[in-house]
Structure formats: structure tokens, C-alpha cells
Design a binder for this molecule. Structure first.
Ligand code: PHE
Length: 369
């Protein structure tokens, strides 16, 4: 039979021995001192004060000591943990301050450095205008096509029923290129794209073609030897002038606002029969010919209408020349000046503004997408 318990039985669990606790403390303090950044310090905190750290494990052993030994060991471990926590906090403060200082240096913005003050410019109104027009047609399921600006004489004229002796050839003052026997012109309108489209596609065809055209015109406020047109062509079974009118009314409303429609005036184009000039209800006075103050509307000059372009039902001779069976298919075509459309849409008084490259002009359109 064993005797009664001693008053004091200094049986100590190994991790609680003074030297052990001291070694743990020293290791922890050394690790704290060695941590050079906040991430490293976080790691040290986990290793030396976390649940599985030697000091935490030692702390847990205290309960295993005889009651008389607990106080001593408890104080020893408590002091050690306190010292480590204090060292951690102190190091944390130092590293945070260092970090902050480094950020301040690294992220310094020198507000005195000269910035690039050049204005940004904007996309050219003709580019955005042509895109807007293309969008109107794409939204109706049409396709967009382009053709070359240097065009075969045959496509610019002959295929469109403008034979060599046709008086209408003189309607368009043509830039011819050398050598003459190549029969290449700077296209005078986008209508050769009608011919190109019909020659390369089979109906049904619904194609719009925005592009640059050239005529030997004077360069003044309303004329330019280079300008832009958009051509539209639809070839299908049963196409009539009513489809043409509906399409142009929709185009007008999409460009100028709800309620702006078109009217046709009889005209002549060799490639369409019947042909018409298209006018647009003046979108400023809405056809009343007077402005809000009762004065003559300046946009339409008191007409109530604005001349917009030409159009008509495809001449069967053109269909035949371009390989489309006129017994089966009919079609329509129209052509407008893009520059002209934008001039009255935006109240631009001088056509030359589009071509002279003054960025202030383009910037005024810059907010238009
Ligand atoms: N090509 C004609 C012009 O430039 C416009 C037009 C196109 C007319 C299509 C009718 C059909 O004047």
C-alpha cells in the first residue's frame, strides 16, 4: 500500500520545466525578431502562439500537474506567453509602420508633373454617320456592301443603262484616269455597286452601300469633288414602288425622328423606271415651312420639304445586263448624299467643314455614338 501523498510532489511534465519554457520563449522571440514583413509575422504568430504551438501545448499540460505545482508552472507559462504576445504586438506595429511608409513612397503621385493636355479628338462625323445609316438597314435585315472607288467605266455607266452616247452621261462630270483605254473612272456614284451586287449574288438581294464618290464639281459650301453617298438596292419577287416608299419612310424616320416621312417627285435616272426624286418632310418645321417664331424656316427655306436623293424601280435593262431575270424579279434602288444628310441633320452650313480636318468640328459630334 502506498503512503499518503506528499505535501509537495514536484513531478513536472517535461514541457513545463523552466528551461523548456524558456527555450520555447526564446525561440518565439527570435522568430518574431526575424520576421521582416507582415506575412512572415502572421506565420510566426500561428507557429508560436497558435493552438498547436509549444507554449499552447505546455499551457494545456498545466492541468496534469499536482495542484501545488500548478501555480508555479502557470505563472511561468503565462509570463512566457505574455512576453511573446507583447513582442508580436510590438513587431506588428513596427512592420505596419514600415509597410505604410513604403506604400506612401511607392504610390506617390507627383501632381506637379505636366500632363498631356492635347485634346483627344473624336471619330469623324462621316464615319459615325455612315455607321448610323448602315445600322438602320442592318436592323431591317439588309447587308452592307462596298465597292472600289476606282471603277470600271462599264460598271459606272454601261451596266446602268448609260450607254456611251447616252445624254445622261453628261449629268455626271467624270474624273477619267490615264490611260484612257483602260476605261477606269473615279466612280461618280455608288450605283455601280448595284451592278456589282447583282453580278455576284442571287436574289433575294437587300444591300446598302455607303461610299465615297467623285465628280468634277467646284469646291464650295455645297459642292465638293469628293463626297459620300449611300446606295440601297432590293431585288426580290414582287418588289414594287410601295416597298421603296415604305423603306425610305422608315429610313427618314430613323434618321430624323418619328413622323418624318418622304414624298416622291417624278424624275429620270437611266437605271430606274419609274424614277423619282425623294424629298423629306422638313424635320425642323415638320412641313409647316415656318419656324417656332413664325419666320420662314431656315432649314427648308420655307419649302416644308428637303431634297434628299434619287430613287426608282430597277430598270429591267439593268437587271438583264447584270444577269437577273426580269420576268421573275423586280427591284428598287435609291441613292442619297451622306454628307448632305448630315449637313441638314446637324445644321452644318458649309460642306467643306467635313473635309478640312479641323478637329473642333469633329469634336462637336464626338458625343454621338
Ligand atoms: N446614282 C444616282 C445619283 O448619283 C442616285 C440614284 C441611285 C438614283 C439609285 C436612283 C437610284 O444621282
Amino acid at each position: 500500500m502506498s503512503g499518503p501523498n506528499n505535501e509537495f510532489d514536484p513531478v513536472e511534465v517535461t514541457p513545463l520545466k523552466a528551461e523548456e519554457v524558456e527555450a520555447m520563449t526564446e525561440a518565439a522571440l527570435a522568430a518574431v525578431a526575424a520576421a521582416t514583413d507582415l506575412d512572415a509575422l502572421k506565420q510566426v504568430r500561428i507557429e508560436h502562439t497558435g493552438d498547436r504551438s509549444p507554449l499552447a501545448l505546455a499551457n494545456r499540460e498545466i492541468g496534469a500537474l499536482p495542484p501545488q505545482a500548478r501555480k508555479d508552472a502557470g505563472q511561468r507559462v503565462g509570463k512566457a506567453r505574455g512576453a511573446v504576445n507583447q513582442a508580436l504586438a510590438a513587431r506588428q506595429a513596427v512592420l505596419e509602420a514600415e509597410h505604410e511608409e513604403r506604400m506612401l513612397v511607392e504610390e506617390t503621385v507627383d501632381v506637379t508633373v505636366a500632363v498631356d493636355r492635347r485634346p483627344r479628338g473624336a471619330r469623324h462625323p462621316l464615319t459615325t454617320g455612315a455607321e448610323r445609316i448602315a445600322d438602320v438597314f442592318v436592323a431591317m435585315g439588309w447587308e452592307i456592301a462596298e465597292g472600289p472607288v476606282l471603277e470600271a467605266e462599264w460598271l459606272n455607266f454601261d451596266a446602268l443603262n448609260l450607254g456611251p452616247d447616252h445624254p445622261a452621261r453628261t449629268m455626271q462630270d467624270t474624273f477619267w484616269t490615264d490611260p484612257a483605254e483602260n476605261h477606269v473612272v473615279l466612280r461618280t456614284h455608288t450605283s455601280p455597286v448595284q451592278a456589282r451586287t447583282m453580278l455576284t449574288r442571287t436574289p433575294p438581294i437587300y444591300v446598302a452601300c455607303p461610299g465615297r464618290v467623285f465628280r468634277t464639281d467646284e469646291y464650295d459650301a455645297t459642292h465638293s469633288p469628293m463626297f459620300h453617298q449611300v446606295e440601297g438596292i432590293a431585288i426580290d419577287e414582287g418588289i414594287t414602288m410601295a416597298h421603296l416608299k415604305g423603306t425610305l419612310d422608315h429610313f427618314a424616320a430613323a434618321m430624323f425622328g418619328e413622323g418624318i416621312s418622304t414624298r416622291f417627285r417624278p424624275s429620270f435616272f437611266p437605271f430606274t423606271e419609274p424614277s423619282a426624286e425623294v424629298d423629306l418632310v422638313c424635320f425642323v418645321c415638320r412641313g409647316t415651312a415656318v419656324d417656332a417664331d413664325g419666320a420662314t424656316c431656315r432649314t427648308c427655306r420655307g419649302e416644308g420639304w428637303i431634297e434628299w436623293g434619287g430613287c426608282g424601280v430597277m430598270n429591267p435593262r439593268v437587271l438583264v445586263a447584270c444577269g437577273v431575270d426580269p420576268e421573275r424579279y423586280t427591284g428598287f434602288a435609291f441613292g442619297m448624299g451622306i454628307d448632305r444628310t448630315l449637313m441638314f441633320r446637324h445644321g452644318v452650313e458649309d460642306l467643306r467643314a467635313f473635309f478640312e480636318g479641323d478637329v473642333r468640328f469633329a469634336t462637336a459630334f464626338g458625343t454621338e455614338i
